[in-house]
Ligand binder design. Structure first.
Ligand code: FPP
Length: 249
C-alpha cells in the first residue's frame, strides 16, 4: 500500500456537512500549460493530472460528497496531435486497470458518459469491466466523461425520442424535461451542484450542457496538476456561501 492510499481526509471544520454539494463536476484544464512551464512534454501534465484526480476522488468520498464527474476527453479533443490522443487513450486504459482493485475496495461506483463506441477496443473492454465490476458499489459515484460532447448527447436524446414518436410509442406533448433527462447519458443521476474549472478559462466547453443548468461555477487560475485538497476546500466553502435560487427570488 502506498502512502497516498493510507491518507484520510477529515471534513474541515469550516465546511457544513449538511450543505455539501451532492455532485461535483470538474473540467480538468491546464495540464499542457503546466508541463510547458516546466519544459516538459504535454503528456507529463496529463500524467500529473491523474494524481490530482485520484486525490480529489478520495477526498470527495471521505467528505461525503455523493458523486464526482470529470471531463477527461471531449468530442473536440480528437483534433489534438495524434501522439497526444494516443497517449491519453493508453493512459485512461492503464489507470483504469491499475486502480480498479482499489476502487472496488473503496466501494466506488465507476461510470462513463460519452460516445464510447469510437474509443479503442481495448479501452472499451477495460471500461466495460470496470463498470460491470463496480456497478453495485454503494459508495461515491465516479463518472468519467470520455469522448463526451454535450450537444451530441442532446442530439442523440432527441433522435431516440423522435424514433419513439415515429413508432407511435410516444406523443410529442408527452416529452417533458423529466423524460428528456432519462434519455441522456446521465439518466438517473442528480445534476451537478458545483462545477469547478481550473486554469482560469471561463467556458463551459460543451460539458454537461443540460445538466449544469443550475450549477454553481467555481473557476480558479490554478492549473489542474496543481489543484489540491486545500483549493478543493476553498471551492466547497465558496459553494456553501452561495445562495442558490434556481431562478426564483
Ligand atoms: C485538459 O488540459 C486536459 C485533458 C484534455 C485531459 C485530462 C485527462 C486527465 C487529467 C487524465 C484523467 C485520467 C482518467 C483515468 C480519467 P489541456 O491539455 O487542455 O491543457 P492546456 O489547456 O494547458 O493545453
Amino acid at each position: 500500500m502506498t502512502a497516498e492510499q493510507t491518507v484520510q481526509y477529515p471534513l474541515p471544520q469550516e465546511l457544513h456537512r449538511d450543505r455539501l454539494p451532492r455532485h461535483v463536476a470538474v473540467i480538468m484544464d491546464g495540464n499542457g500549460r503546466w508541463a510547458k512551464r516546466r519544459g516538459l512534454p504535454r503528456i507529463m501534465g496529463h500524467r500529473r493530472g491523474v494524481d490530482t484526480l485520484k486525490k480529489l476522488l478520495r477526498c470527495s468520498r471521505d467528505w461525503g460528497i455523493g458523486a464526482l464527474t470529470a471531463y477527461a476527453f471531449s468530442t473536440e479533443n480528437w483534433g489534438r496531435p495524434l501522439e497526444e490522443v494516443e497517449f491519453l487513450m493508453t493512459l485512461f486504459e492503464r489507470v483504469l486497470r491499475q486502480e480498479l482493485k482499489e476502487m472496488m475496495a473503496e466501494n466506488v461506483c465507476i461510470n462513463f458518459v460519452g460516445n464510447l463506441k469510437a474509443l479503442p477496443q481495448s479501452l472499451q473492454a477495460e471500461i466495460y469491466r470496470a463498470v460491470q465490476l463496480t456497478r453495485s458499489n454503494a459508495g461515491i459515484r465516479f463518472t468519467i466523461a470520455t469522448n463526451y460532447g454535450g450537444r451530441q448527447e442532446i442530439v442523440q436524446a432527441a433522435q431516440n425520442l423522435a424514433v419513439q414518436v415515429q413508432k407511435g410509442l410516444l406523443q410529442p406533448d408527452e416529452i417533458d424535461e423529466a423524460l428528456f433527462s432519462r434519455h441522456l447519458y446521465t439518466a438517473g443521476a442528480p445534476d451537478p451542484d458545483l462545477l469547478i474549472r481550473t486554469s482560469g478559462e471561463m467556458r463551459i466547453s460543451n460539458f454537461l450542457l443540460w445538466q449544469l443548468a443550475y450549477a454553481e461555477f467555481y473557476v480558479t487560475d490554478t492549473l489542474w496538476p496543481d489543484f489540491d485538497v486545500t483549493e478543493f476546500h476553498q471551492a466547497i466553502a465558496a459553494y456553501q456561501q452561495r445562495e442558490r435560487r434556481f431562478g426564483k427570488v
